[in-house]
Write a protein that binds this ligand. Structure first.
Ligand code: FAD
Length: 284
């Protein structure tokens, strides 16, 4: 049970994404085999924008849960879904014994018009959480944003909606990635004050190439502290040194979080088992 991991000071989980093409499953299974040797508390599997390829998420979660015998968490977005679509996926998950979902709104898919987005059936993750709680027995987690969600009008309103997610039945939060632990510590202080009592897990993304930092920041809206920007500038012509420095940066973030009593860590491991193993070895 995922809840047991919070009895300890330290827990570790990984996020993977399903293969894009059908003939890439074998490779993805090999990645998962390697990651499983690192004994994470659970592995979460992302969901395609707007619910596309939800079957792949179910298949990968099934492999984690049943072939590897580890706890799997399936991400699920509601932005492009009707109630029946959601129930179809939850039924498939329950049939293979995957009991944990990360309930998300998701971003507007490229092929969705502004009008369709405005008229979506499940406006927010809170609506999905409520629906899942009413219609399934799944254990539900949700997202949170240490630097606030890019669309949120303020940090206070974002945290108020986070509290609503908890009230609707979210049993745990996984944070958006962040590169400055000070942002996370400030955030946790505010969520404590706002009455968030369920565990919050810190999302850490190791930056192993200069190119990655650009796409990550665009996607997640996380800010890049000077220290990390300097590393990227220094090693822009040396990919191997950049990789090592990025791994070390993530290790330092994790060690500092643990030192400050926030040792529940979710690594956005980008399906890279070697990198993930290097981090795990260093934070033992
Ligand atoms: P919401 O919680 O709905 O929040 C979106 C915005 O609406 C915020 O500004 C919030 O303040 C506001 N809001 C929230 N509730 C309400 C309400 N009831 N009324 C009015 N406003 C409200 N995307 C994918 O496509 N696939 C994935 O697998 C995936 N995994 C992710 C995993 C994690 C840990 C995180 C942090 C993000 C992930 N995302 C994924 C990205 C996510 O889909 C986007 O960040 C998306 O823009 C917001 O989703 P959400 O569930 O956080 O939305």
């Amino acid at each position: 049970m995922l809840k047991d991991m919070f009895d300890r000071d330290f827990s570790l989980s990984f996020e993977v994404f399903p293969p894009k093409k059908d003939d890439e499953f074998e490779n993805c299974y090999k990645v998962l085999d390697s990651l499983s040797t690192l004994n994470p508390d659970f592995i979460s599997v992302t969901y395609g924008a707007g619910g596309s390829n939800s079957k792949k998420t179910v298949d990968i979660a099934n492999y984690i849960q049943n072939t590897l015998g580890m706890d799997a968490m399936a991400h699920m977005t509601c932005v492009g879904s009707e109630a029946n679509d959601i129930l179809e996926v939850t039924k498939a998950l329950e049939e293979v014994g995957v009991n944990h979902v990360l309930a998300l709104r998701g971003d507007k898919p490229r092929d969705m018009s502004d009008e369709q987005f405005e008229r979506r059936i499940f406006p927010h993750a809170t609506d999905l959480i409520h629906f899942l709680n009413e219609n399934t027995s799944l254990s539900i987690s949700a997202s949170c944003y240490p630097e606030k969600h890019p669309e949120a009008i303020s940090m206070d309103s974002d945290i108020a909606f986070m509290k609503m997610k908890q009230d609707m039945g979210a049993e745990m939060f996984i944070s958006q990635l962040f590169f400055d632990n000070a942002d996370y510590y400030r955030f946790i202080e505010r969520t404590d004050r706002a009455g968030i009592t369920v565990p919050v897990v810190a999302g850490i993304m190791p930056i192993t190439s200069v190119k990655q930092i650009g796409s990550t920041v665009t996607l997640a809206g996380s800010s890049v502290p000077k220290k990390l920007a300097d590393i990227c500038a220094k090693y822009s012509e040396d990919p191997e040194a950049m990789r090592q420095a990025g791994i070390e940066y993530a290790i330092n973030q994790i060690n500092d979080l643990r030192k400050c009593g926030m040792g529940h860590i979710h690594i956005y491991c980008m399906n890279k088992p070697k990198m993930t193993a290097e981090i795990c070895e260093a934070i033992k």
